[in-house]
Each structure stands twice: as structure tokens, then as C-alpha cells.
Design a protein around this ligand. Structure first.
Ligand code: SF4
Ligand code: FE
Length: 445
């Protein structure tokens, strides 16, 4: 879908952009954001594709990784005199030219979560450099929960934490073909995923997965040539890379998840119609609440994008505080949207018989008779909506909303850091008469 829509003139404004590197028209999923309007268009694009897939469409991770690497390497080179930015530019230019899908890889295996990378008993719990050669580096470790990795052309790897001097070997960023020698993708299971192999109605969402086909990606001594290395030991900048990637990725969730929310609301409304209860006041109220929650998510993504500011490289970054608030809302509101949809749909979401029974010679006729909705709604039509709703409102889809783009606690750390608590205490103290307003004091004096 991310390729097809980019070639459809109807979607050109959202799906394509003008490369600042070449001036050519490119797929927006390979673009380096040049304005706040670019950031807003990204969110609108994600919502639109969310509606068309009812799923994760995977390509935002690489887009966010490229923007984070681009803006961070610029500042690294300025401070340290390194040459990473030119290499990043060249890599991104190639990605734009070929319209490649890039898997952004951040989350490490982590081992003992209470220990830093260099303190682990097993040194491979975080991806690290094991050998430095004249022509490149050799890396080892594993990245977990990697969205779309197996079907990406290349992976763009970043550190997962702010590193210290002791962890310098773990401050490493690089790009590598996803089928490079030594890389192994071990795919995760998703709720009811084996139904996909059965085909037909029980697949729920007919064309797409439940979330992004996440995998554990093992780097078993993989060689990375120098021109694809974008950080190697500059631990001081690992925090910036992590925070920027996280902010760009948290920006997305009120886009893609609002798109999926639209489908959940739509499936719930269509089922209410099928059940003949569409005019009941509590049904209309629940649908209204679901729309309110969906638009609330979208508001956050639009806000952090329109408040975006240029970084030193000239590329735009979202407002980090608002982006983190957006993702934090997703960890809660998607559950509430799903809960309301299941309330409306009824217990049938959990008890619908198999499509094989619908086709069965002996019992199929009973299902046709007893599973139909109001006049004019066949049992199969109702079953399709129920299976779709089951697919997108529960199981793996919910966990993805909780932990995708970072777990809730990661956002809370950023909210506390960015929220400027001391300033808020000042506002209160001034109004309580404990302190004078500094600005007024100056004017009056
Ligand atoms: Fe993109 Fe959303 Fe999937 Fe993340 S969860 S890759 S933002 S579609
Ligand atoms: Fe995700």
C-alpha cells in the first residue's frame, strides 16, 4: 500500500515529497522533513493508510530512523569533526532514489534490565562493535520486536540507550542489507495468526497482518563497511539519537492508530446496523465516545507536528513533549476504543464458529439461519465484520499500542524531563503571593 498509493496522483500531496537532496519527487516514506507542514502531512498520510490497511504498515520506523540519524550526525560532525553526516546523506539519497523500505532497529535484547550494557554477564545483550577493521566494523547482538525487518530492504540500526564512556562500543549506528551474512530474523507469533493460513473469513483482516510482522533480529558477527557506519563510539550523542528517533516515532501513533480507530468505529457502526440497534441512544453515545477518543489521538499527533522546529541540520523535529503525550494517550485510549467496540459487538466476537462450520454440510444451514442479522444482512456478512473487529480491536494489536514506539514508562520519563516542573511551581508561587512575577518586577522597576 505504501508503494501503490505513492504512484496514485490522487494521493500525491500526502504520499510524495520533493527531495531536498536532489529536487526529485520521492515517496514521503523516504523524505527528510523540511518544514512543520511536512510533519503534519506525514501524520495525515499515516491516518489515511491506517484506514486502508487496518494494521501497521511498517515503513514509518525506517523513515523516523533516517530523520533521527540525519539530524544527529549533523550535530556530531559539527562538534567532533567526524564525517558521518555526508555518509548519512549519501545513504538517504540512495534510499530515496530506489524507494527502499528501511527497517529502523533500536530495541536491544537487554538481558538484566538493571544493568548497563557493559555490566551484563553476557556482553551481547546490546548490539556492539566486536572488531574494528581498516575497511569497517564487525557487530554482534540482537534487536527485539523489529517491525517489518524480514521484508525490509535494509536495516538502520541505532543504540537503544544513552550510553556512557564504559559503554562506548555499544554506541553504534549503521545501515545494512536485511539479508546480510550473519543476520537472522526470528518472527514473532501474533494472536490467531495461524488462521491466516486457512484463508477465508476467519482471517479477519483479509489483506494485512495484525501488526507489523515483528521479529527478533540477530547480528551474528556482521561486517559493516565504513561508508554505512553513522556512529561508532561517540557515546555522548547516543542519547540525542535515541530521543529524536523516539519523538519522531511517537508522533506517528495518533496518525496510524487513529486510522485503525476509524476502522474499529466503522466496523462497530456497521455491526450495530446489522443487529438493528443503530438508533439506540446508548449505541450512538458509545460510537460518539469512540470517535471522540480517536480524534483525541489525532489531535496530539497534529499538535506535535505543527509545533515542529528546525534542528541545526535544517531538518524539522516534532515537539518532543507533545509527541510523548500523544503516544502515552495511545497506550490507554486504544484499549478504551477496543473495549467499547467489543461492548457494542457482543459476545459473538469470542464465540463465532469457524468458517469451516459455515460451509459444513450438516451444520452450515443452522449457522446461516441463526447467525444472520436483521433482514437483508446475511450470516456471512455479519461474520466478516465480527472477525475483522476481533482482529483489530484485541490481542496483539493492543499490546502493540502499549509498547510500540516505547513502553509507557519511557514516555513518562520524557514528559517529566520536558515538562519543566520548576516553571510550573513558579507560576503557583507567584499566584499564591510567595514570590513576585519576575517579568512584572522588571517592568515595574
Ligand atoms: Fe508506522 Fe504505526 Fe506501524 Fe509504527 S505502528 S510502523 S507508526 S504504522
Ligand atoms: Fe509500531
Amino acid at each position: 500500500m505504501t508503494y501503490e498509493l505513492a504512484h496514485d496522483p490522487q494521493f500525491a500531496d500526502l504520499m510524495t515529497a520533493t527531495s531536498h537532496l536532489t529536487g526529485k519527487t520521492i515517496n514521503r516514506f523516504t523524505h527528510i522533513h523540511q518544514s512543520a507542514s511536512d510533519l503534519v502531512k506525514k501524520v495525515k498520510m499515516l491516518r489515511m493508510i491506517g484506514r486502508k490497511t487496518g494494521s501497521c504498515f511498517q515503513r514509518c520506523v525506517g523513515l523516523d530512523a533516517m530523520n533521527a540519524v540525519y539530524t544527529t550526525t549533523f550535530e556530531m560532525d559539527q562538534k567532533l569533526g567526524t564525517d558521518y553526516f555526508q555518509k548519512a546523506r549519501k545513504f538517504i539519497g540512495m534510499v530515496q532514489e530506489k524507494d527502499l523500505m528501511i527497517g529502523g532497529a533500536m530495541t536491544d535484547a537487554k538481558g538484566d534490565r538493571g544493568l548497563r550494557p557493559s555490566q551484563q554477564n553476557d556482553p551481547d545483550m546490546f548490539v556492539h562493535v566486536v572488531e574494528r577493521r581498516e575497511d569497517g566494523i564487525v557487530v554482534r547482538g540482537a534487536k527485539a520486536h523489529q517491525t517489518g525487518s524480514a521484508n525490509s530492504h535494509m536495516l538502520l540500526v541505532m543504540p537503544t540507550l544513552n550510553m556512557t564512556a564504559d559503554d562506548a562500543d555499544y554506541a553504534v549506528s549503521f545501515a545494512v542489507p536485511s539479508d546480510e551474512k550473519g543476520i537472522v530474523h526470528i518472527l514473532g507469533r501474533q494472536t490467531n495468526d495461524s488462521r491466516k493460513f486457512e484463508g477465508g473469513v476467519d482471517r479477519g483482516n483479509l489483506g494485512y497482518g495484525i501488526v507489523g510482522g515483528e521479529a527478533l533480529v540477530v547480528f551474528d558477527d556482521v561486517f559493516i563497511p565504513n561508508e554505512r557506519v553513522f556512529m561508532c563510539g561517540e557515546f555522548d550523542f547516543s542519547g540525542m539519537l535515541v530521543e529524536r528517533f523516539a519523538s519522531y516515532h511517537r508522533q506517528n501513533y495518533g496518525g496510524c492508530k487513529a486510522g485503525v480507530g476509524d476502522v474499529i468505529v466503522g466496523a462497530s457502526a456497521a455491526l450495530a446496523q446489522a443487529h438493528g440497534v443503530q438508533d439506540a441512544s446508548h449505541v450512538r453515545d458509545k460510537l460518539t465516545e469512540m470517535m471522540h477518543l480517536t480524534e483525541t489521538l489525532y489531535c496530539g499527533s497534529i499538535a506535535c507536528s505543527s509545533e515542529g522546529m528546525p534542528t541545526r541540520s535544517g531538518a524539522y523535529l516534532v515537539d518532543p513533549l507533545l509527541a510523548n503525550v500523544t503516544k502515552q494517550n495511545v497506550t490507554r485510549l486504544i484499549y478504551e476504543i477496543g473495549r467499547l467496540s467489543q461492548d457494542l459487538a457482543g459476545g459473538i466476537v469470542a464465540t463465532l464458529p469457524s468458517q469451516k462450520d459455515f460451509k459444513d454440510e450438516r451444520v452450515g444451514k443452522y449457522l446461516e439461519k441463526y447467525m444472520k442479522g436483521r433482514e437483508g444482512v446475511s450470516a456471512e456478512e455479519r461474520a466478516r465484520l465480527i472477525r475483522l473487529l476481533e482482529n483489530i480491536s484485541g490481542g496483539t494489536a493492543l499490546i502493540e499500542s502499549m509498547h510500540g514506539a516505547g513502553s509507557p514508562q519511557a514516555q513518562r520519563i520524557m514528559i517529566l524531563r520536558q515538562g519543566n516542573l520548576p516553571a510550573k511551581a513558579e507560576y503557583a508561587k507567584v499566584l499564591a503571593g510567595i514570590k513576585e512575577d519576575e517579568v512584572l518586577k522588571k517592568i515595574r522597576s
